[in-house]
Design a protein around this ligand. Structure first.
Ligand code: SF4
Ligand code: SF4
Ligand code: SF4
Length: 347
């Protein structure tokens, strides 16, 4: 084992230490999970020239290349300069020092996304475009934050398990005259969503707007175009979701029916908020824990600074986390050991 290895330094360049002494795994960012296919040739080249010939699809949608020897890291950093410049600087407009090689920080993790409405019929928004704009606001930075964007509340992007989980939602518009009362939307909402539609005595639709999640299943199924998507792109944002051993949890509803301007306005404050919360002394602390540390009410004072909300926007007054959920479940007794009800047989 080479004791001169500076693990911290190469980690900053997005190289993860391997169980094989002296080897590292490069994690190449793919904001929004879409890149031009030509970049895959460069990935193959790195795998074969400096890696162990294999490739791992990162769980956060990074392109992971294991088996890179410590001494080859500077060369790999030089090689990926053009990739970083094209993907992060040119496409996402991230600000980086022109003379630097390799990733400047590992802080904000790759912004994930499902394929969204460029492909998926259920998608309400273009996830990739939003992910790129978020990337610019959170990267590079030393603050650890995880963001994922889903095109609709189906949440294939597992946004619920990120510090900020963003889902495209849509206010569906109902045309009374076009509705023929077939009931298909009622069934679709019942089977695939929240069951908020009913057919009334006039053969028209009533909707419990409170529980509509804005998915668009009603619009997709309607044979007459009585339901249509409102052109206004809106988002639901969950907060504080995470994985991990200590206190994994699903995010809680934070904002609903907000515009892209609100989402981006909030992210524009993230780095400033993190610096303040850490008393201007960068420390390795997961974004969700940072919010826990200052408390939700204090967090929103900072994160919404200068943000103007659209008229439909809703924001949680408070959020009640259930930190003990996971811990109590860990100690659940197996069913086989449960005491049966009624008189117990003596042994
Ligand atoms: S989250 Fe929605 S838009 Fe994204 S892939 Fe899944 S169904 Fe499609
Ligand atoms: S699917 Fe369309 S036409 Fe049928 S009940 Fe619903 S809104 Fe009316
Ligand atoms: S958009 Fe609302 S009404 Fe339509 S299917 Fe989804 S939850 Fe139901």
């Amino acid at each position: 084992m080479n004791h001169d290895i500076d693990v911290k330094k190469v980690r900053t360049n997005c190289f993860r230490q391997s169980k094989v002494p002296g080897e590292f795994m490069l994690q190449m960012r793919v904001p929004g999970a879409v890149i031009e296919a030509k970049h895959l040739k460069a990935v193959a080249e790195i795998c074969e020239r400096w890696g162990n010939g294999s490739f791992h699809m990162g769980t956060r949608q990074t392109l992971d290349i294991p088996g890179v020897k410590y001494e080859n890291i500077p060369e790999v950093n030089r090689y990926i300069k053009s990739y970083i410049e094209e993907v992060d600087v040119k496409i996402c407009d991230c600000e980086m020092e022109a003379d630097d090689y390799g990733y400047p920080t590992i802080g904000a993790r790759n912004v994930m996304a499902c394929i969204g409405n460029t492909h998926c019929i259920k998608g309400n928004v273009n996830t990739y475009e939003l992910a790129k704009k978020i990337e610019k606001l959170v990267f590079p930075s030393h603050y650890h934050i995880k963001v994922s964007v889903a095109g609709c509340p189906n949440d294939c992007a597992k946004a619920n398990f990120n510090d900020f989980g963003i889902m495209g939602v849509n206010k569906q518009v109902y045309d009374y005259d076009r509705c023929i009362g077939c009931g298909s939307c009622v069934d679709a909402c019942q089977s695939h969503a929240t069951g908020v539609l009913t057919l009334n005595k006039d053969g028209k639709i009533d909707k419990d707007v409170c529980c509509c999640v804005g998915c668009g299943e009603c619009t997709l199924i309607c044979p007459t175009g009585a339901w249509t998507r409102d052109p206004k792109k809106l988002y639901r944002v969950t907060l504080g979701g995470r994985t991990g051993k200590q206190s994994p949890r699903s995010g809680k509803l934070f904002m609903n029916w907000v515009t892209e301007e609100v989402v981006l306005g909030m992210f524009a404050n993230w780095q400033k908020f993190s610096a303040w919360a850490l008393d201007y002394k960068p420390e390795y602390l997961h974004g969700g824990h940072l919010i826990d540390r200052v408390g939700y009410k204090e967090f929103i004072k900072h994160i919404f600074e200068g943000v103007t909300f659209n008229p439909e926007a809703k924001v949680a007054d408070d959020i009640y986390w259930a930190e003990n959920e996971q811990r109590s479940n860990i100690h659940v007794m197996p069913l086989s050991q449960h005491k049966h009800a009624g008189p117990q047989e003596s042994k």
